[in-house]
Design a binder for this molecule. Sequence first.
Ligand SMILES: NC(=O)c1ccc[n+]([C@@H]2O[C@H](COP(=O)([O-])OP(=O)(O)OC[C@H]3O[C@@H](n4cnc5c(N)ncnc54)[C@H](OP(=O)(O)O)[C@@H]3O)[C@@H](O)[C@H]2O)c1
Length: 314
Amino acid sequence: MRAIAVSEYGATPAPVNLPRPEPGPGEILVKMIAAGVNPLDWKIADGMLKDSLDVPFPLILGQDGAGVVDEVGEGVTRLRHGEQVYGAFLQAERGLGSYAEYAIARDDGPVAKMPEGMIYTQAAAVPTACTTALAMVEEARVDTGQTVLVVGATGGVGQGLVQLAARAGAKVLATARADMAGTMRRLGADETVDHSKGDLNRQVLAVHSDGIDAVLDVVSDTPAAEHLAQLLRPGGTYVSTTWSVNPDAMEARQLRGVNYDGEPSAALLDRLSDLIDAGELRVRVEREVPFAEAADALAGNRAGGARGKTVIRI
Ligand SMILES: NC(=O)c1ccc[n+]([C@@H]2O[C@H](COP(=O)([O-])OP(=O)(O)OC[C@H]3O[C@@H](n4cnc5c(N)ncnc54)[C@H](OP(=O)(O)O)[C@@H]3O)[C@@H](O)[C@H]2O)c1
């Protein structure tokens, strides 16, 4: 089967031909139709798992994908042959990922029936970004009447955060350069602040002089997060996907700091499917590329400036 893989950490992702994986007991084989691109993919190619996992090479890249169940292993009871599924397919310890014609998932793993109204290229954009957004909003206990700042709002996770925080009843402030301010408002942001136009704290405090209740942040490093945390009122919460908060230091200031490290799960995916089918969550696919351009798509994601999700057609 065709796949996009790296031959070693730090190598350029390239097309390869590899044997089709066989589903073991409790596993399904999925014929992939589309794969979603995440920063995680190039971070893994760069060696993010080097010290924590023994990984075989070539290592197929990609976590997110959508496709059709092609074979089911012994003992599979939840998912059926022919079912349209989406989810997280990375199994780095076996060298397997979603940028391939076939991928493996566990029947009890992070895979679920696709949302009814979605095509494969949309569904492949959902798993990592939207399960993260859903879990972060819950981790922050976002509630009606709160004011929440989303930092990195224009990217994959951020667009989900804006919608889900607004749905939870919060007043949402979203970071956005000028070209994305309208999109952020259409997704549910009440206000936007432009991170390319100077200090965010100054911009937020100009409108919310008594501070805000939560920061949901997918971009800041530790110094930037410490600065932004000054916006929080006592009792406020800061959730970071980039592991930039010091929970003990936050607690000493009567704040809650959470470094989010969640995993997609079938339960979260089922909840996302319900939200998507109810029209309460949208996913913006910014760029769709053919398989031959997968390495470019990954390089584009690494370069930054995401305005939604990038998807590879397998
Ligand atoms: N820990 C976890 O479990 C977990 C899960 C999911 C994702 N993540 C991580 O979370 C991060 C974001 O993921 P993603 O998929 O949302 O990335 P993405 O799609 O690439 O989006 C990043 C967005 O951040 C914006 N941005 C960059 N610098 C900014 C700044 N200083 N202030 C405000 N916005 C800024 C970018 O827009 P501009 O170019 O216009 O600035 C872009 O729209 C990645 O590092 C990813 O690895 C972690």
